[in-house]
Design a binder for this molecule. Structure first.
Ligand code: C2G
Length: 446
């Protein structure tokens, strides 16, 4: 008797799962299905499984395809199960190609083609959001790979002028790769935009006019009037327009804000946020194709300032080292904000390197987030008496993309913008960047 085993979460069992189970069954005479436990899914970063283990097991049972069901509870269990149950074939969908080759030592490994396209019922009842991705950055690969960990969303289409940067495994996952934005809009419910900030306004406007929800890399626009017009359009059409600043959605950052609210460091007097990188700086011929420092890092670095101190500062100044005047490419900018009772400094650089930490100083102590603070799973609260210092750890899966996607689909379902990046904060970020482009409150260094 040939024994086959397959594993999965099988949350809100759909046609793709059933199709996989059917073909798995056809590979042999006896099918064992491993259903992941809630805690195993949590630990492997599946953060929004909607059904309990019991419900998911029940659904697999009801297909009548499984001869035996086991619960997958720990990393490495597959080897134990294969040996214990005398399995001949391990199979799983093609989205996992290569990932389980190590099991070849114990049995035959077969990757079955993943079912592309999604059951129309799931789209109709709103339990699945078809997402289109538009942009030309290699980051698209990471984004699509991360989306697999989030239930309720599926990247079905990528629109790019650079199909060459899309990995084969990612092409395998999506149904359509095109350079035609209208084609993308015709087959999705929502779009994720990672094109250049100069293009955002027209790309967002077109999506909203086609009744698609939007998740856009920050800055959403570089013009306040455009921002106001786009958010009004989203409201009028009952659509979500969300800003993709990953840090805002991470657990550590969220807990940090709550702790500060509780007054743990007393009155907040100063915030210093630094974000720098040295990306794509070799052999640059056209700076307008690169993200300058203020667009690449400004939104993330300004986020804690505006969320914690508010947007009613009385004075700001921007000092920049501009290395390409035509595109106003700053390799470094230092922004200062003066509030009636506090101050903030933001340093951003795409072309210089510094310690990328976040320090929030208060009358009783300070909060320290080590470099790179924007993707942290850890921070410390420090006091004069070191014995009172506290360290906080939180898991961060996939640099925060998963959390961002979960928040996005939750707001689509709730028909309400999420509070992770408030409108007033988004608007202020846009305003500061617009002022930078117009040279307002700006000083240049050579
Ligand atoms: N699947 C598919 N087509 C889809 C969706 C899912 O063929 N449109 C397959 C997956 O490739 C997987 C199975 O259905 O083989 C179950 O999918 P999930 O519940 O999403 O489970 P997954 O996270 O892929 O876990 O240890 C767990 C396994 O590694 C698989």
């Amino acid at each position: 008797m040939k024994k086959v085993i397959t594993y999965g979460t099988f949350d809100l069992l759909h046609f793709g799962h059933i199709n996989l189970l059917k073909r798995a069954k056809e590979l042999g005479d006896y099918l064992v299905v491993g259903v992941t436990s809630d805690s195993f899914d949590m630990s492997r970063g599946k953060i929004n499984v909607r059904q309990s283990l019991i419900e998911r097991i029940e659904a697999v049972k009801n297909t009548g395809l499984a001869d035996e069901i086991v619960v997958e509870e720990y990393e490495g269990q597959k080897i134990d199960d294969i040996k214990r149950l005398n399995i001949d074939i391990f199979t799983v969908g093609s989205d996992w190609v290569g990932k389980f080759d190590y099991l070849n030592e114990y049995c035959k490994v077969i990757y079955l083609e993943r079912t592309k396209g999604i059951s129309s019922t799931m789209i109709r009842d709103g339990s699945l959001v078809r997402l289109g991705v538009i942009g030309d950055a290699p980051f698209i690969n990471k984004f699509v790979e991360e989306s697999k960990y989030v239930n309720g969303i599926e990247v079905t289409c990528i629109c790019t002028k650079r199909a060459d940067i899309i990995k084969e495994s990612v092409k395998e996952f999506v149904s359509v790769v095109t350079d035609n934005y209208s084609e993308l809009l015709s087959c999705v419910d929502a779009v994720y935009i990672i094109s250049s900030p100069y293009l955002h306004t027209s790309v967002i406007e077109k999506a909203l006019n086609c009744n698609k929800h939007v998740l856009c890399e920050s800055p959403i626009t570089i013009n306040e009037n455009d921002y106001n017009r786009l958010s009004a359009l989203a409201d009028e059409k009952g659509l979500i327009l969300s800003e993709a600043i990953r840090t805002a959605y991470s657990t550590a950052y969220d807990r940090l804000r709550l702790l500060l609210k509780s007054g743990i460091i007393g009155k907040i007097i100063s915030i210093d946020a630094t974000c720098t990188s040295l990306r794509n700086h070799n052999n640059v011929t056209n700076y307008s194709e690169l993200w300058n420092s203020i667009c690449m890092w400004g939104p993330t670095a300004m986020l804690p300032v505006f969320q914690i101190l508010g947007v009613e500062y009385s004075k700001k100044s921007i000092v920049s080292k501009i290395i390409d005047k035509d595109s106003r490419f700053d390799s470094f900018s230092k922004l200062s904000f003066v509030y009636p009772n506090a101050v903030a400094t933001v340093k951003v650089g795409n072309g210089i390197k510094s310690e990328s930490e976040l320090i929030i100083s208060g009358t009783n102590g300070y909060l320290y987030v080590p470099s790179p603070w924007w993707k942290t799973d850890y921070f410390e609260v420090r006091f004069e008496n070191q014995e009172n210092n506290r360290r906080y750890f939180y898991q961060l899966d996939g640099e925060g993309i998963r959390y961002e996607l979960v928040a996005f689909i939750n707001s689509i379902k709730a028909k309400k913008a999420s509070e992770y990046v408030e409108r007033r904060v988004s608007r202020e970020i846009v305003k500061v960047i617009e002022d930078y482009y117009n040279g307002i409150d700006c000083t240049e260094i050579s």
